[in-house]
Ligand binder design. Structure first.
Ligand SMILES: [Fe+2]
Length: 288
């Protein structure tokens, strides 16, 4: 966790005191040798969010890079699969003529969340490439959930110790945001799952808050009381001094650790501006 920046075999520019670093001097379109990837993985653990300057990264190279982290998720919402790779998922507001359609492709991403918390084996890294970016808006914001847990006072920590939240894609995508086309078969394929509210990161061994927008209610608690607790904790968790707000340049790549970071996208004018990203999420582990 404390490797000094000067020991990295690439350039590292921290983006905030808490999380985020820009990494340069690596050609991600090439096959990275194991030692270089091991260092990059240590930087991923240390900084939680890595931003790579604009580069040409074909879909196959993005998938190959993602596979270095682990098994890449094939998302249940197969209407978003892209470029012949079921591991890739494209969110675009452009119509078939390449013009802004006015339709935001996934309004659920506007709420703070962590990818894949709605399944038993949750997301480890998410790897997003910005194909088209709007002139304003459409940012991605990140917040450090180690810090969010650490700053809770002792009574909060005692109150939530041992509690488990039930996460549901049907809740966050269909019932809460209302516009997303999760089919009945997709809904049945991904039933709600419960995870600890406070998880221990499997590699850093540090505790972090693990909630976000897919968390619906608290296991064993009356529904409305659990909803209120989740809303209160989600609001407490996100603080400006724990956050990094990224304004995208086209062709940047961003990698983050879903186990200890919440993220959201910000709104943009989907009727006049284009925004296209392709992403993949690497599967991690069952939270504990
Ligand atoms: Fe996400």
């Amino acid at each position: 966790m404390n490797s000094p920046a000067e020991h990295w075999p690439f350039a590292v520019r921290p983006l905030t005191p808490k999380l985020g670093a820009e990494i340069s001097g690596i050609d991600l379109a090439r096959d990275l040798d194991p030692a270089l990837f091991a260092s990059l993985y240590q930087a991923f653990l240390r900084y939680q969010v890595l931003v790579f300057p604009p580069l040409d990264l074909p879909p196959a190279s993005q998938v190959a890079f993602a596979r270095r982290f682990g098994e890449v998720q094939v998302h249940v919402m197969n209407q978003y699969h892209a470029d012949g790779f079921p591991e890739l998922y494209r969110l675009s507001n452009l119509d078939e003529h390449g013009r802004p359609s006015g339709n935001h492709p996934d309004k659920g991403t506007l709420a703070w969340h962590t990818d894949g918390s709605w399944q038993r084996v949750t997301g480890q890294a998410t790897i997003i490439y910005g194909e088209v970016m709007p002139a304003s808006g459409g940012e991605t914001h990140f917040c450090d959930m180690y810090g969010a847990y650490e700053r809770l006072d002792a009574s909060w920590k005692a109150r939530i110790a041992g509690l488990r939240a039930v996460h549901s894609l049907d809740f966050s995508r269909n019932r809460r945001h209302g516009e997303d086309p999760l089919t009945e078969a997709q809904r049945l394929a991904k039933p709600p799952v419960d995870h600890p509210i406070v998880r221990t990161h499997p590699e850093s061994r540090r505790k972090c808050l693990y909630l976000g927008d897919h968390a619906e209610y608290i296991f064993g608690m009356p529904y409305e009381a659990g909803r209120a607790l989740i809303e209160e904790l989600n609001a407490l968790a996100v603080q400006p001094d724990l956050s990094y707000e990224h304004r995208w340049k086209t062709r940047e790549l961003i990698v983050w650790d879903n186990r200890c970071v919440l993220h959201r996208a910000t709104a943009y004018d989907a009727a006049t501006q284009g925004r296209v990203i392709r992403r993949c999420t690497v599967l991690g582990e069952v939270p504990a």
